[in-house]
Design a protein. Sequence first.
Length: 154
Amino acid sequence: MIRFSVARLEKEPIELVGEEPAEFLEIEPSELLTVSAPVHYDLVVKAVSGGALVEGEIGTELTGVCGRCLTPVTREIANDRICLFLELGDADEIDISEELRSELLLELPMTLLCSEECRGLCPECGCNRNTTRCNCKGTSAGPSCWDALDNLKL
């Protein structure tokens, strides 16, 4: 849990630096995507009029397979522009774990890729086009599932 004392905040800014286990993100590990490192954070909490301002960064490492070529991938994700305003209310301590979790989840890629230039697998022979030059002509011998769209009249 990532939390801070309201009483201490009223006296001085609070620096929060540390790690949470990978389970902090609540992502079920799978072959496609696993959080493979602890979630690290470096934050400063300042008292502002009517509440607290949290600024800093949070990040971790993901492991999985590329969504185009199926090769193993390890990527760092981070949000280095955290900026949260919190109302303090009557609490003695404020837990900001859920807010920070949400900020990092927004950085998850739709599809994990080995690189933006990944050429993926050949749809005909299945070779990895990043490492092998395939001899397929680019069109299959049989009908394509998209052929019906060619005859569509709008």
